[in-house]
Each structure stands twice: as structure tokens, then as C-alpha cells.
Write a protein that binds this ligand. Sequence first.
Ligand SMILES: C[S@@+](CC[C@H](N)C(=O)[O-])C[C@H]1O[C@@H](n2cnc3c(N)ncnc32)[C@H](O)[C@@H]1O
Length: 211
Amino acid sequence: MKHPAQPAAPDIAVKNSDGEKTLYIDGSQAMQEWEAPLMRRSAEVLCRDGGVFLECGLGFGLSAVAIAEQPNVKKHTVVEVYDEVIQDFKKSAPNLPDNLEVVHADFFEYIESIPTGTIDGIMLDPWLPKAMRDDAEWWDTLMREQITRVLAPGGHFMSFFVTEPTLEPRWEPYFDEILIERHAYDSYSTTSYLEGRPSGIAYLQRFTNRH
Ligand SMILES: C[S@@+](CC[C@H](N)C(=O)[O-])C[C@H]1O[C@@H](n2cnc3c(N)ncnc32)[C@H](O)[C@@H]1O
């Protein structure tokens, strides 16, 4: 289910200035390091029951390493589509946990190879162009045919935090239990993806199917 709008070879840059670290993809801010506490907390919430985990999007590897380090995580596979992101991560984090595997692939293709009911938790945090973000039919197919298929009964799904106390409509219809945690955040003065809210409340949402 690779999306035709997935950029094949975008311009990737990591900029570190005044203690602020940002990943740019085609000139857009894709990740910033101030998100570290939210990423770590997401990992703690996602992995409470332990098991085998799968993640879309490496970025700085903050959530990937945090997931691998949670107690009773047997294996964590993080899938990243751009090799430059993987090389940059490996340079900045040479000693990775033994249970962490970094796979170079398009997550949306890779997930089709995962056997049914074998994953205890999924973290989905890719940076995607608008044509992909807005393709409701494609998300519906992904959620129905892949995400809910690979999850084991009682498995959990999490995605990026939201800054409004509303359920993310792309995930809500496919699960029967939702846990929400609120956390104060403080971004950088340069952050452009929070719609004018440099600080505020971030809502972490963990979606579960009981059966
Ligand atoms: C917001 S960052 C992830 C941040 C990460 N959670 C962390 O803690 O650092 C998004 C990442 O998704 C990757 N990405 C975009 N499309 C993808 C795809 N189809 N498959 C896998 N990774 C993808 C981007 O290259 C980028 O590294």
C-alpha cells in the first residue's frame, strides 16, 4: 500500500543551532528534539504490557530507543524510508539496545509482510506530505487491512500527540478502548507545526482492541 505521493528522494537536513535540533524534509520541520519527553512517555504508555513492537518513522530515534528500553519489550522494529535519516541516527547513537532493529523500507509496504496477530504495539509517527495526510480512503484501508490485522488481541496503537482535546478521527473508528494522557509541552520559538501554540497541552492517545 505504498502511497503514490510518498516523496522518493526528498531533501533531508538535520540542523543543530543554539541547542535546538530539527529534522527538515523538503524544507518542512519533520521532527524537533524538544519532543523527547513526549516520545519517552508515549513509549512508556504503549509498552506497559511488554511484548513485540513495530514503529513507523525513525526521525531522531527518540521513541524507538525508548520503546526498546521499556521493561519486557522482547523486540522492537522501527521502519524508516530514508537512508539518510538512518545514517544520521546511527552516527548520533552508536550503541543501540540489542532488541532494536532498524529496517530501511517504506512502512506502508513493509507492514504487508508482517504475520497476522503478531504485534503487541504499534507507534505510527511518520512525517508525510499533505496529499498523504488527507487521503481518507487510503488511511481507512491501512487501518482496516493492515494495522488492526497485525495487532495481537489486546494490542495497542499510538500515533503523534495532538494539541486539542479531541480524538484523532483517523484512528478512533477502528478501536474500542482509548486511553488519553495530558502533558504540558514547551516547544522552540522556531517551531512551525503547532499552529501558533509554542506551549500548551499535548494529548497522548493509546488505542486498543480488547479482542
Ligand atoms: C516525526 S519523525 C519520527 C520521530 C520519532 N518518533 C522520534 O522520536 O524521533 C518522522 C519520520 O518518518 C519518516 N517517514 C516518512 N514516511 C515514511 C514511510 N512511508 N515509512 C517509514 N518512515 C517514514 C521520516 O523520514 C521521518 O524520519
